[in-house]
Design a protein around this ligand. Sequence first.
Ligand code: ZN
Length: 416
Amino acid sequence: MNVRVALVLLVLVAACGSGERVTPTAAGPPPLALVGGRVQPAPGAPSVADAVVVIERGVISAVGRRGDVRLPDGAVTLDCAGATVSAGFWNSHVHFTEPVWNDAAFAPPERLAGGLRAMLTSYGFVHVFDTGSLPGNTAALRRRLESGEIAGPSIRMASGSFVPPGGSPYYLRPMRLPELSAPADAERLVPQAVDAGADAIKLFTGSFAERGVIVVMPVDVVRAAVAAAHRRGKLVFAHPSNSAGARAALEGGVDILAHTFPTELDGPWDRSLPGGMRERGMALIPTLKLWPYELRKFVLPAEVVQRVLGNGQAQVRAFADAGGQVLFGTDVGYMTEYDPTDEYVHLAGAGLSYARILAALTTAPAERFGVAALTGRVAPGLAADLTVVDGDPERDIRALARVRYALRGGRIVYSR
Ligand SMILES: [Zn+2]
């Protein structure tokens, strides 16, 4: 019997013996109260100044102005003066491929906890989607998080990482990714990936087989992979590389484009794509910071880098203006620069308001990944997944990266 079970039984026995009611917090952690911050309950909603958020047993039990909200007896308080409290952030495009994650099943917990803090929770990310790593390793990391051994984000995992024939990315060599040559391959291999624990399927609909050479997945193969994933209730992410790769994803019925597609290798980008993606209900993960990060490796002139970033921003702008669903994501883990500040700045530069950026961090992923009834807003009854940042991100978008606390299910997973 573990200590927690023993305590619960002890309390129940004591309560039965004395005829007292068992209060919800009797056996759990003490209630927590975030006090004095500006609460942003949802993107675009009026904020509440000098507010209190009360958390009991991992769930938000009250939100309101200080003075209107009664603090439960024994509540532990977190000072949020000068800070903004919003729902916990999602990063919908991450990888667990750096050495810090090696042997996640048996690695020392401090090493993994440190990695999670450095890459994710210190930037407020309490939910992440791994869009391609070693699935067994990510699953082991997730097991240790879910057991409570290590504090950190929830992890969902896209796997498969299927490429067209000859389409293994040159930058991942010597690794070779599984190829889909025909619809029958997709029908066979996609269910195998789902059986192995995938929460979603990842396709390279356009893949850099060599520097400057992009191989595109045939649309009938994309369609077969999407149908096989959807039959199992799983979403499909696509890595497009260029407009042709984005077109294959769109026509194949992919759910989420994991990047913008700003390259000019094969001419100007296809302006009809953002509207088409919106029409088909696709979501877009911009990963704008990734483009200057990648292009710097090739020592290109600044104006080339700026033009490519500008293409990505124009794609995000056109998609958002059409009403498309943007999901925040950075490709961190592949990208070894963890700080998301530039991503916020580039999104704002693309014309996205604070409310739209906050939606991309909170309500949009909660909706897309089917958990909007449980998380994504600061409201009573929802999970206490919260990110507390210094200052006011509505006035300075960089504030979104200045994280004071991150909580997941009422547990403090990061405290600066
Ligand atoms: Zn990636």
